[in-house]
Write a protein that binds this ligand. Structure first.
Ligand code: NAD
Length: 258
């Protein structure tokens, strides 16, 4: 029970890594706000959290819209009277070579992955500053440390998340609020159903072979699981990481070491 009676807002928790973090936190005694663009998924994850004996609230939100983000924070305070942890997990990946990278793809990627992280952090920080405590954890990526083919918008957003994390850590250090980032390698979450074809095209390999192609590059010899990432996010949300701030932790099976 490393998060007993704490309250966490987790964005994009309707599926994939965010859902994994929500269920892991719930097992540690945490109450969860499942905030996602897809309300049906958010609702189902909130049901799973409740089935494990914790409180949960599903809220539909677009993290790129300030007014909607404020509503999430207001509803959280109304129901739970506290916010201890924010996990900025909502994110999208739309691979495209530069000549086909439309302004629409660029803007959407930066809006959700980077501006969304800023908007949620700003709104929650207002509350955490008053309480002089809190944990903010941002999902960056291996693509926040090194560039990737057809990933210029995504990498720009995830490098940005690390710069934002370091700066926010300094802004909030005197209030005893820890701000850190996690940089996963590849995890075949539901978003990969759509990505597989685009990656096969960019790598010039047959569809369905992308997974093998990437796994061969991982020193520890396997892809990451949602639990691998959730374990590190849990550590960063717990007291055990009280002396860490401004860090960007790789969870890549040894693929990225900087
Ligand atoms: N899967 C990977 O290989 C991988 C690797 C490194 C980093 N990441 C990062 O981890 C995070 C989660 O990735 P995932 O693989 O679980 O993705 P996913 O697509 O499976 O889940 C993302 C969730 O975010 C929600 N979402 C999307 N746009 C939103 C918005 N504007 N507002 C609120 N919610 C929104 C979606 O509805 C979805 O439930 C992302 O930030 C991603 O960039 C993933």
């Amino acid at each position: 029970m490393r998060l007993k009676d704490k309250v966490a807002i987790i964005t994009g928790a309707g599926r994939g890594i965010g859902r994994g973090i929500a269920l892991r936190f719930a097992r540690e005694g945490c109450n969860i706000i499942v905030a996602d663009l897809n309300f049906r998924n958010a609702f189902n994850v909130a049901k799973e959290v409740k089935a494990s004996g914790r409180e949960a609230l599903a809220i539909k939100v677009n993290v790129a819209v300030a007014a909607q983000v404020k509503k999430v924070v207001d509803k959280t305070i109304e129901k739970f009277h506290r916010i201890d942890i924010l996990v900025n997990n909502a994110g999208i990946t739309i691979p495209a070579p530069i000549e086909k990278l439309s302004e629409e793809i660029w803007d959407r990627t930066i809006d959700i992955n980077l501006k969304g992280t800023y908007l949620c952090s700003r709104e929650v920080a207002k509350y955490m500053i008053k309480k002089k405590s809190g944990k903010i954890i941002n999902l960056s990526s291996k693509s926040g440390k090194v560039g990737g083919l057809w990933l210029s918008a995504y990498c720009a957003s995830k490098f940005g998340v690390i710069g934002f994390t370091q700066s926010l850590a300094l802004d909030l250090a005197s209030y005893k609020i820890n701000v850190n980032a996690v940089c996963p390698g590849i995890i075949f979450t539901p978003q990969w159903e759509k990505l597989d074809l685009a990656y096969a095209k960019k790598l010039k390999i047959p569809a369905g072979r992308v997974r093998d192609y990437y796994v061969k590059k991982i020193p520890l010899g396997r892809e990451a699981t949602v639990e691998d990432v959730a374990n590190i996010v849990l550590f960063l949300a717990s007291k055990e990481s009280d002396y860490m701030t401004g860090q960007a932790i790789n969870v890549t099976g040894g693929q990225e070491m900087r």
